[in-house]
Design a protein around this ligand. Structure first.
Ligand SMILES: *[C@@H]1O[C@H](CO)[C@@H](O)[C@H](O)[C@H]1NC(C)=O
Ligand SMILES: *[C@@H]1O[C@H](CO)[C@@H](O)[C@H](O)[C@H]1NC(C)=O
Length: 300
């Protein structure tokens, strides 16, 4: 998040968002096939171990220093920090800071857990399938949001906004004294009526103005058949540093987000989910700034 800029923390619930860009898909000529294969080789890093998930995903345990973030020239010499050098006061019991995520209660449950674990010094990455890329309008657009203007919230009340087919309710705060935010979000599996719809609930941090320098960090759950090829509720992150123009992506689908946890896979399904008049399940997400240009996302 940009320094000394106003930061905005938003909790957003979106329902039934219909993308407006129609159903353009990648062609399947020999040139496209080659480009798709090349992209898959770039995204799917060599695995130390692969775990078949009951929901059809393959989870690759990739050595932590082989993750996509380090393809970026700026991160070539980055030293991986296994623990944030700063954490918000009162967040953890001081005596427990040294304990790892393992010991926190209720870690996020994902279906692939029943078939194995990723070893230390690896991270679980959802393997991208050829079909995933083919559902995108182009290889370049895969894993990225469709460009759109971000509606600036207008009042401090949680409100319902219906703009160009996107309906959402938000609650937010705005100011320059915020270094992070935390939200506990109920996890649902909303029905999708057509494949270009999506539905999500997220924590959203914005910095900069609502112009070209808008930078954003988002994390939550989503149902997005276009992105994942099914109707499962999946854990996701998103970031951009230029108002969703040239930078950013979901999960680990581009260089940027560095993952250290070996138990949670971005983009993998979450289970169980809440049901009407039945058990309720939630996830907690915390995002905070540790350095001028770095933020940490913590989930449990
Ligand atoms: C939201 O907007 C869309 C198109 O702009 C419209 O078709 C729909 O009826 C609106 N929904 C509500 C609940 O106002
Ligand atoms: C997702 O839901 C839609 C609408 O309910 C359905 O038509 C489609 O077959 C489902 N897709 C999968 C992969 O289950």
């Amino acid at each position: 998040m940009g320094e000394r800029r106003r930061a905005l923390a938003v909790i957003v619930c979106l329902w039934s968002l219909i993308s407006l860009s129609g159903a353009a898909r990648l062609g399947s000529g020999p040139k496209q096939t080659l480009e798709v294969q090349k992209h898959l080789r770039r995204l799917n890093k060599p695995a130390v171990k692969s775990i078949q998930s009951p929901d059809g995903d393959v989870i690759d345990c990739v050595h932590i220093s082989d993750q996509p973030a380090f393809d970026h020239p700026y991160l070539k010499d980055h030293k991986i920090q296994m623990r944030p050098n700063y954490h918000p006061e009162g967040l953890f019991d001081e005596n427990k800071v040294a304990t790892s995520t393992k010991e926190r209660a209720n870690p996020i449950n994902q279906p692939w857990h029943v078939n194995g674990k990723c070893p230390e010094n690896t991270i679980p990455i959802r393997r991208t399938k050829e079909d995933d890329v083919l559902r995108a309008s182009s290889v370049k657009r895969y894993g990225r949001k469709k460009r759109r203007s971000i509606p600036k919230p207008r009042s401090a009340d949680p409100n319902l906004i219906n703009q160009s087919g996107h309906q959402h309710a938000i609650a937010y705060v705005e100011g320059d004294k915020y270094y992070g935010a935390k939200a506990t979000i109920n996890v649902w599996e909303p029905k999708i009526q057509q494949s270009n719809e999506f539905s999500l609930s997220q924590l959203w941090l914005l910095g900069g103005s609502f112009g070209e320098d808008l930078n954003s960090i988002e994390a939550g759950w989503q149902v997005s058949p276009d992105l994942y090829g099914d109707n499962n509720t999946r854990l996701f992150t998103y970031w951009t540093s230029d108002a969703y123009q040239a930078t950013g992506c979901y999960n680990l689908l581009c260089s940027g987000f560095i993952q250290i946890n070996n138990q949670i896979a971005m983009g993998a399904s979450i289970s169980p989910v809440s049901a009407f008049r039945n058990s309720q399940y939630d996830i907690s997400i915390l995002i905070w700034k540790v350095k001028s240009k770095m933020a940490t996302i913590l989930t449990n």
